[in-house]
Design a binder for this molecule. Structure first.
Ligand SMILES: Nc1nc2c(ncn2[C@@H]2O[C@H](COP(=O)(O)OP(=O)(O)OP(=O)(O)O)[C@@H](O)[C@H]2O)c(=O)[nH]1
Ligand SMILES: [Mg+2]
Length: 309
């Protein structure tokens, strides 16, 4: 039986909801499409698959007339929600209040109906150039604390995102989707063990759409590797698209870049599903890594097979 997952994406107009979903769909070359976006009229539906689950994103246009409509017809819009992504434009200071009032309207509906909906709240437009700006960091922290205090009965995760940081967008959705199955916990434990076995910088499992199923990063990533690490992961997102094409025969791809890092992408097939393992590692650890990799593949298959069955 196919499971249907309903994800509500809400937040004020101009917050960046449709941009996030467009970036997620396209993965590359999405900037052109985002420039030409117009405000969403009522609700637009985006469908994707996460492993064997069909996921429908309800992109709820945030202009005031639509917010009023959702408030009047709460059951039509919010019932059956499995997860809510709430997007706050961190650069739109004047409207933090309005944004939080909108959040409150929805959460009160969930409360009245005893709906235990997990939430992901994203501080969006946290662009690379403002990341070190103390003012934004303080604002984020204070909004976060208030939300946690006020809605302690909800399971809330926070994220900072920007369309100029594709990984942050991929992570936003990945966290959300993995709340649906406890087996993801075993997976993350396995990755944590192997990150130290391999001595690698990052170990990520992507589904065929480039959504992160599970990921682990080495706790000691030297600053000089950081930018390159993110670049290599981004390249893996493009590469896995190419590896899906008929003409791409190889099951793996190994690239050495100048600075001594190796990036390795490996496709595994389980039933009908293709999944991708991405490893970024220093060149000097390559041989022991290659020796242990087949053992890792066996273990990861053992965990994934029942999830996909
Ligand atoms: N600086 C910056 N701008 C962004 C980012 N994400 C989206 N934008 C811009 O924000 C504007 C609004 O984006 P939309 O995605 O249309 O906003 P929306 O939340 O869907 O708005 P409604 O459909 O009216 O609810 C666009 O001009 C985007 O280019 C971001 O991460 N950083
Ligand atoms: Mg929109």
């Amino acid at each position: 039986m196919e499971k249907l997952v309903k994800i509500i994406v809400s937040g004020l107009d101009n917050a960046g909801k449709t941009s996030i979903l467009t970036a997620l769909d396209k993965k590359y070359d999405f900037h052109k499409d985002i420039i030409s976006l117009t405000p969403t009229i009522r609700v637009e539906y985006h469908t994707t698959y996460f492993l064997n689950q069909k996921v429908i994103f309800w992109d709820c246009g945030g202009q005031s007339q639509y917010r009023e409509l959702y408030e009047k017809k709460q059951d039509i819009y919010f019932d059956g929600t499995d997860l809510m992504l709430f997007i706050i434009d961190i650069q739109d200071k004047e409207r933090y209040e309005t944004s939080l009032e909108y959040l409150d309207m929805i959460l009160q509906h969930f409360n009245r109906n005893k709906m235990d909906v997990p939430l992901i709240i994203s501080f969006h437009k946290f662009d690379p150039e403002i990341r070190t700006n103390g003012v934004y960091i303080e604002e984020i922290e204070s909004i976060r604390e208030n939300i946690l205090k006020k809605y302690s009965n909800f399971k809330v995760l926070f994220q900072q995102t920007s369309i100029y940081d594709l990984i942050s967008i991929v992570q936003l959705v990945s966290y959300g989707l993995s709340v649906f199955d406890d087996k993801f916990f075993d997976l993350s434990e396995l990755l944590e063990n192997y990150i130290y076995e391999f001595n690698c910088k990052s170990l990520i499992l992507f589904d065929r759409n480039g959504i992160i199923i599970s990921e682990f990063y080495n706790s000691e990533i030297e600053p000089e590797y950081y930018v390159e690490l993110l670049e290599s992961i981004k390249e893996h997102l493009f590469l896995l698209k190419r590896m899906q094409q008929e003409s791409y025969e190889a099951e793996n791809n190994l690239i050495t870049n100048g600075s001594g890092l190796l990036s390795y992408l490996h496709r595994i097939k389980i039933g009908e599903e293709s999944l991708f393992i991405s490893v970024i590692i220093q060149e000097k650890y390559k041989d022991p890594f290659m020796e242990k990799f087949s053992e890792f593949l066996i273990e990861i298959r053992d965990i994934l097979t029942p999830i996909l069955a």
